[in-house]
Design a protein around this ligand. Sequence first.
Ligand SMILES: *Cc1c(COP(=O)(O)O)cnc(C)c1O
Length: 381
Amino acid sequence: MIEYSVFESGLDKLAQCSLVRKITDRASSQGPRIVMGNREYLNFASNDYLGLASHPEVVGAAKEALERFGAGSGASRLLAGGCTLHGELESRTAGLKGTEAALVMGSGYAANTGILPAIAAPGDVILSDELNHASVVDGCRLSRAETIVYRHGDVEHLEALLRGRQGGRRLVATDTVFSMDGDIAPLKDICRLTKDYGAILYLDDAHATGVLGGGKGALEHFGLEPEPWIIEMGTFSKALGSFGAFAAAERNTIDWLINTARSFMFSTALPPPAVAASLKALDILQREAGLLERLWTNRARLARELKAMGFDTGRSETPIIPLTMKDVREALALSARLFEKGIYAPAIRPPTVKEPRIRLTVTASQSREDLDRLVEALRGA
Ligand SMILES: *Cc1c(COP(=O)(O)O)cnc(C)c1O
């Protein structure tokens, strides 16, 4: 007998714990208001922090690239799948990050699962924050290096582990902004430690690029400089409103990744319209300081209101604001009540997080009224 019945019983078990997920698709573009079914919702679930995903200039740049270079890339970068836009995006990204070089990769997930195995191997040790993104976790697993998890943001724990592991290649891996709690890693201390112990620092800057440090990311936020022993990855899929990811580092590191990162070597280059959209998004990010200002004004406003209402927003210090709930059912029920009121704020459940929550994300394109409507709805919920 074919054993696919195990999937059915597995789903039954998930259902008993209210852990079955379902896909929700939009009938509109991404933005502060989205259409699902036949109804418009205020959207508090998007990582499109600056509203660039449907910015007319970004869309225009993608259209132009579509006409000039076509819809698909047809091959890996190593087999001329890329076009001149790819190289241009790499120079621009290196410029943004202040590194010698950068490499455009397929997605944030592909970057983490490709880069980590290229820079760590059996015999090496990776020290990884306990709340790192799943793609960092999977990258560590794929590397087959020994991975030791340190307590979230705990630099003393990290130092003790570094001290106990002299000799051999050591790598510290951390998200800069944690995607479910919205807190920022203590990068000053982490940088100092990695340097003192001669380790490599691997940063996942997915939620910081285009958000922190005037858009340059988390290092800039702390006034830290790029260093040859720091390797950063980030994405074009969040604040930059497009798709794809990058590695930014010194030249030899990038050349090494070109030759060894399997998710780069064995995967088709990003489609030209996505690359052109990222390039235009970088232009807008660097040209319009007002966008970041609005993002942070909105963030401060909503965080203040939520705290005044007595919500537990945890450690949040970025546009990611979790409302922690006591159990999965409570989180689902609140999310459902908001949905009835025309507000999309989904519940995040295990295994994505340990503590169930509503994860709100604030963007620059939300109006004051949008934020007020959420607050009102929460008050009445
Ligand atoms: C979203 C995210 C990724 C994955 O990026 P994609 O481009 O969506 O694949 C990786 N790391 C972190 C921290 C993220 O939040």
